[in-house]
Design a protein around this ligand. Structure first.
Ligand SMILES: [Zn+2]
Length: 138
């Protein structure tokens, strides 16, 4: 066996039981990280639908509720443990900022909202860079 060949599973094409197990692993890891990030009172659903391919993951908090849906790329489990932890940390940090983002969506003109969103992403990612290394790996 060639040790340089990566052996990981993609959600695409995985048998239903394998796919459910993979999503379960991601959900379990998400829960651990959420608890560590003071999101113990939030509930999360890991969607079987993949996120847009240009992202590792995306989260959609439900307005007014401590509930969010996470989508990951189909080959999320092929990312390194460090990448998985950073991606999930980044998405979870968005939950803390969801109310701020909701207000911005309501009151900012389109162009300002675009700038706000880009700056929010820089901030969230900077926080994830700082915090993720302190959290457990999957
Ligand atoms: Zn983000």
């Amino acid at each position: 066996m060639n040790p340089t060949v990566s052996r990981c599973l993609s959600l695409d094409g995985a048998a239903p039981k394998v796919r459910a197990a993979m999503l379960g692993l991601i959900e379990e890891n998400l829960r651990v990280l959420a608890d560590a990030l003071a999101l113990r009172d939030w509930n999360f659903v890991v969607s079987p639908e993949p996120c847009a391919p240009q992202f590792n993951a995306q989260i959609e908090p439900v307005f007014g509720r401590k509930l969010a849906t996470l989508r990951v790329r189909a080959d999320f489990l092929c990312l390194t443990p460090h990448q998985q932890r950073h991606s999930l940390t980044h998405e979870l940090l968005h939950c803390h900022l969801a109310p701020t983002q909701a207000v911005a969506r309501e009151v900012l003109p389109k162009r300002a909202l675009g700038t706000f969103t880009v700056n929010l992403e820089y901030g969230v990612d900077g926080l994830a860079d700082a915090v993720a290394p302190l959290l457990p790996l999957p």
